[in-house]
Design a binder for this molecule. Structure first.
Ligand code: NAD
Length: 425
């Protein structure tokens, strides 16, 4: 199937890489980081660009571009998802890889950060084309990935099935099964219980935690969720179970607002049937951006980067923002939100649930010993709570916003590891 019109991505054209570096610089300034270590940590260590052919269903050959970036290999093997999206760029992947380094550090996971992506709209490919694209991309980046080196996982538009193809491709080359090569796999091939839900569950855990710290009762708080894929739908469902009142939801197909709390499981079923939250009975349709600016208490961006910018930060009405997506708020917007007294739980904390259970999956695969879901969820809650508490304590101690508090902890940990290892040779 040929790729025709690409869907528009409703994001600003801001480049996430200088934004990620700017966030790092703020922490480096605060920590008065050694100049050499600062220079080292603000760059991506390895960047692989691959241009590769895929045989399409009509027998034609199409070229695709993919990336795999390892931001920092000091703490251990690198870890990070793979994104399929028509607007993926190398700089976006570099930013996402850097954010993974800080996310793993604040969560106390023994990984450096990585990320991968392919410039493609997978919704315009047939299942066979998607599988062949995935297998060829996996083969191209096999020079970097592996259980001891760099372990990919799902991200936007990639699924457990895509992870299974990557695992199978690497295993075929090795001549034996290597399940620990990738996480977020189906259970049948060494996946972990609780992995699909983990990013949303982690965000919901952090939501409970911040409400307890701020002395706010979830049952009194209304919520808007932007993005209703894996992360957004799970976060909404679990937050609803915790008593939050979900009043607005958006995805690329549309946005809905309700006067009374939405039954999130029914919205999920509606999206499964129709492909979008749009048209859910009993709701009002609004423009996608209206969800960000809705008159609610808690905003959960769970879509893509650069959603809250200097352009709309002044119109946000939530008093609490939970960054379930990676990089949804630009540094310029962050400044405005901070000035306005809006509390932001940063992505490196609020969206650490996925990589945490990915870590558990990797450990289970290496040991060939699998845990019960109850144990996984309990351990996830422990990691998320420690990450949040570390960020909270640092923010209080240093009198800075939560993002800077979280960055101070994370950057210090990676800087300490760098100095402990020394500069080779
Ligand atoms: P997904 O592909 O399952 O879902 C993305 C959702 O966002 C879809 O519902 C899509 O319609 C919606 N969307 C995209 N652009 C939008 C826009 N402008 N307005 C409204 N909705 C929009 O992806 P996901 O895995 O849920 O990832 C979402 C975010 O969470 C990304 O930032 C990703 O990097 C991050 N994240 C994912 C994981 C994971 O394990 N999947 C872990 C941590 C963080």
């Amino acid at each position: 199937m040929a790729q025709t019109a690409l869907p528009r991505r409703a994001v600003s054209i801001e480049d996430p890489w200088p934004n990620a570096q700017r966030q790092f610089d703020a922490a480096a300034d605060l920590l008065d980081l050694d100049h050499g270590v600062r220079a080292l940590l603000r760059e991506a260590q390895r960047q692989l660009v691959v241009d590769f052919p895929v045989r399409m269903d009509d027998s034609s050959i199409r070229m695709f571009t993919g990336y795999r970036v390892q931001h920092n290999l000091v703490p251990g093997p690198t870890k990070g998802g793979i994104r399929y999206h028509p607007q993926v760029t190398l700089n976006e992947i570099k930013a996402l890889a850097m954010w993974m380094t800080w996310k793993c550090a604040i969560a106390g996971l023994p990984f450096g950060g990585a990320k991968g992506g392919v410039v493609v709209n997978p919704k315009l490919l047939s299942p066979g084309e998607l599988e062949r694209l995935t297998r060829r991309y996996a083969a191209e980046i096999s020079v970097l990935i592996g259980p001891e080196r760099d372990i990919p996982a799902p991200d936007v538009n990639t699924t457990p099935a895509v992870m299974a193809w990557i695992m199978d491709t690497i295993s075929m080359a090795e001549g034996y099964s290597v399940p620990a090569t990738v996480t977020g796999k189906p259970l049948a091939v060494g996946g972990s219980r609780g992995r699909v839900e983990a990013p949303g569950r982690g965000a919901a855990t952090v939501a409970r935690r911040i409400c307890a710290r701020l002395g706010r009762d979830p049952r009194q708080l209304s919520v808007a969720v932007q993005g209703f894929g894996n992360v957004g739908s799970t976060a909404a469902r679990l937050m609803e179970e915790d008593g939050f009142r979900i009043l607005a939801i958006s995805d690329t197909g549309g946005a809905i607002v309700s006067e009374t709390p939405l039954a999130v499981r029914e919205v999920i079923a509606h999206k499964q049937r129709t492909g979008s939250v749009a048209g859910f009975p009993g709701t009002r349709s609004v423009a996608g951006d209206a969800v960000l600016e809705a008159p609610i208490d808690v905003l959960v961006p769970a879509a893509l980067e650069n959603q809250i910018t200097a352009g709309n930060a002044g119109r946000i009405r939530a008093s609490l923002i939970l960054e379930a997506a990676n990089g949804p708020i630009t540094p310029a917007a962050d400044d405005i939100l901070n000035r306005r007294g809006i509390t932001v739980v940063p992505d490196i904390v609020a969206s650490a649930g996925g990589v945490t259970v990915s870590y558990f999956e990797w450990v289970q695969d290496l040991q060939s010993f699998f845990w019960e879901e109850k144990e996984i969820n309990a351990r996830l809650e422990g990691v998320m709570s420690s990450a949040f508490d570390a960020a909270w304590s640092a923010a209080q101690r240093l009198r800075v916003p939560l993002r800077l508090g979280a960055y101070a902890v994370a950057v210090q940990r990676v800087a300490d590891a760098t100095l402990a290892r020394g500069i080779y040779p």
